[in-house]
Design a protein around this ligand. Structure first.
Ligand code: SF4
Ligand code: SF4
Length: 197
């Protein structure tokens, strides 16, 4: 009789435990039903990077004065500035400029300190290649106009999930031309002018 009662007790204990595990599993399921969808069908859909995203560096050859400040402020002395002294004009003449994005850590120091603003960070993040040596961009590759997710007719741009407006749970619910997160520099200037008035 005692053995039979013990079996019933064990059975009841296991049933309660199983019910608790099922409850925990369902709690996770219901919790996820309240969350925003995070799947992006890359490469057909791409997230729009935020305004201060540090992607591939853009370089303007004509503005560079070969001062090598970018090399000195780079934590790994990465930019290669190949110049020669031009005797008639008594100025440095830039021959080649390159940055190896296989090594660059995208810290933005070179962009920050360049005295002529010939370097800028773009929102281009898709730099994948089969050969890492192809990541060594020369001045021609660096001078390519930056790629913009919003201007590529092949992809559907999606707002970064954390920047969705209040009440919007799915980035597909926003039109492609919806205002981007953050303000553009000209918008900040305009806002400051209005505040000063
Ligand atoms: S800091 Fe700017 S101007 Fe000077 S060498 Fe580098 S890219 Fe050229
Ligand atoms: S982003 Fe940073 S690591 Fe890359 S080249 Fe500029 S200073 Fe060097």
């Amino acid at each position: 009789m005692l053995k039979f009662l013990k079996q019933i007790g064990d059975y009841a204990k296991e049933s309660v435990q199983a019910a608790r595990y099922i409850g925990q599993g369902l709690a996770v399921t219901f919790d996820h039903m309240q969350r925003r969808p995070i799947t992006v069908q890359y490469p057909y859909e791409r997230l729009i990077p935020s305004e201060r995203f540090r992607g591939r560096i853009h370089f303007e050859f004509d503005k560079c004065i070969a001062c090598e400040v970018c090399v000195r402020v780079c934590p790994i002395n990465l930019p290669v500035v190949d110049w020669e002294f031009d005797k008639p004009s008594k100025k440095k003449k830039l021959n080649h400029y390159s940055i190896d994005f296989g090594v660059c850590i995208f810290c933005g120091n070179c962009v920050e300190y360049c005295p002529t603003n010939c370097l800028s960070m773009t929102e281009e993040y898709d730099l994948c290649t089969y050969d890492r040596h192809e990541l060594n961009y020369d001045n021609v590759a660096l001078g390519r106009l930056p790629y913009k997710v919003t201007q590529d007719p092949m992809v559907t741009p999606l707002r970064e999930l954390v920047y969705l407006p209040k009440g919007v749970l799915d980035p597909h619910d926003l039109p492609a031309d919806a205002k981007r997160a953050g303000m553009l520099p000209e918008e900040i200037v305009k806002q400051e002018e209005q505040t000063a008035q």
